[in-house]
Design a protein around this ligand. Structure first.
Ligand code: HEC
Length: 430
């Protein structure tokens, strides 16, 4: 018996050695050929700096550091898997349809994608260490990120009630309501949300009634002349998703606001809409073992600029699209989140020159797909019928929309500009 084992081990070792040799040979060939395989130092490190290290460095939420070759090399295979599946970086938008210009896009370009995959396939070589880019100077975690652009520290900081997440355990949602302490009405110009420094490891995302913390997101600066009114004595409701990381950690989420000057009243008021939530409550029904489609609609009573789109579903959520049905009957796909993942609450913030500008009477239409089959690896139990509910074992769908109503004159003006530069309202090719 022992002998057999030994023999088998030897055979396996031999075949491993062969594989390694082949690997080295093809790598050497690739490097000497023109258009040689990408190396970490020259090609991959700059991509990791730009697209991965916000989260993958010590003290941040990514489970491992990707700062150095030594950090990254053991993860090469996992990196290829996650990147090829478009799981990492977390950006779940279909890149082949709809608007593609976002202010907070953290996805890889096609070229970056190809570089990473080819690098792993070539054996994940370091290359010449002299090619390594200078390390990024990451901001000190105690600084407010928006302080630089706003020219001062925040005017108001509100902290959530502390929460202690055990070392091991289920994800938790923490929803404290806290007094803002504001004594007069003020218009918000910018807002930033952040966990405590240690808390950054356990917070996936945190919402406050003012804004949202999502990893890699700096906060929100409203376009000039646009604000959100905060009333004297207003309370702030938090909605924070904590997960365990093998160490007990206590966190307080902080929301910071920068206000417009006191006498200033911005022309536009920032508005939010929970698109489709009523239809969801009325019609939601997920039979076991099926992929199910639901819809939600809202008619815009004013010309509108859509600032951002954030699909919301639970563990069976699979995809959600956002379409505009124009008053003239034409429909347009604005955005399609084709590989939704419940762990990531991504708010897709359109860049200014691509944000949808929609005429009065446009119908916004969301289509939500839920996968209640065993093919959905996040599905806790495909045998269950699932109804609408708050617990993550229940499910739901709606889209958090952030928008601004425009006057007719503004609408005409913006459309004239847009048609000059792009030929269409949304910046898409039609
Ligand atoms: C917004 C933050 C964020 C960014 C940006 C990000 N990651 Fe991640 N990454 C995470 C978190 C959190 C996890 C663990 C949870 C998960 O897998 O969703 C993770 C998991 C991973 C894993 C799986 C690790 C394991 O345990 O198997 C790999 C591999 C990975 N990331 C690679 C990358 C690469 C490569 C990039 C850049 C191209 C990147 N990530 C960008 C946050 C991020």
């Amino acid at each position: 018996m022992d002998q057999m084992c030994q023999r088998r081990t030897t055979t396996i070792r031999k075949s491993l050695a062969t594989v390694v040799l082949f690997g080295v040979a093809s790598l050497a060939q690739a490097q000497s050929a023109p258009g040689a395989a990408p190396t970490f130092a020259k090609d991959v490190a700059p991509i990791f700096q730009q697209k991965c290290q916000t989260c993958h460095r010590p003290g941040q939420m990514g489970p491992m550091s990707l700062l150095t070759y030594q950090d990254a090399r053991p993860w090469a295979r996992a990196i290829k898997t996650k990147v090829a599946a478009r799981d990492m970086p977390p950006w779940h938008m279909d890149k082949t349809v709809g608007i593609q210009k976002f202010a907070n896009d953290i996805s890889l370009s096609e070229a970056q994608f190809a570089t990473i995959v080819t690098w792993v396939d070539a054996g994940a070589p370091l290359g010449d260490a002299k090619d390594m880019p200078a390390p990024v100077k990451w901001p000190d975690g105690s600084q407010w990120r928006l302080a630089a652009s706003q020219g001062r520290i925040p005017d108001l900081i509100i902290k959530s009630t502390p929460w202690t997440q055990p070392a091991e355990g289920q994800d938790e949602w923490w929803q404290p309501v806290v007094d803002s302490g504001l004594t007069e009405d003020r218009w918000i110009k910018a807002v930033e949300v952040r966990p405590s420094e240690k808390g950054r490891r356990i917070v996936h995302h945190g919402n406050s009634a003012l804004a949202e913390f999502a990893v890699g997101k700096e906060g929100e600066i409203y376009p000039e002349g646009t604000g959100k009114l905060m009333k004297a004595g207003e309370q702030v409701r938090f909605d924070i998703h904590y997960h365990s990381v093998g160490e007990e950690i206590t966190d307080q989420l902080e929301v910071a606001a920068w206000f417009y000057p006191k006498a200033y009243v911005p022309k536009y008021q920032f508005k939010t809409m929970t698109l489709g939530v009523q239809q969801a409550m009325d019609t939601f029904d997920l039979p076991p073992g099926k992929v199910t489609v639901h819809h939600g609609y809202a008619t815009l009573s004013e010309p509108t600029r859509v600032l951002s789109y954030q699909p919301h579903m639970h563990m069976r959520g699979k995809a959600m699209s956002l379409e505009a049905i124009y008053p003239n009957g034409r429909t347009e796909m604005l955005s399609y989140v084709d590989h939704f993942n419940f762990n990531w609450h991504i708010n897709y913030v359109y860049s200014d020159d691509a944000a949808p500008i929609l005429p009065r009477g446009t119908v916004l239409h969301i289509t939500a797909w839920h996968d209640n089959t065993s093919a959905n690896k996040n599905n806790p139990d495909p045998r269950q019928w699932v109804g609408w509910g708050q617990r993550s074992f229940d499910d739901m769908y709606h889209a958090h929309m952030r928008m601004v109503s425009l006057t007719d004159a503004d609408y005409d003006e913006i459309m004239k500009e847009r048609k000059k530069t792009t030929g269409t309202a949304t910046g898409q090719q039609q």
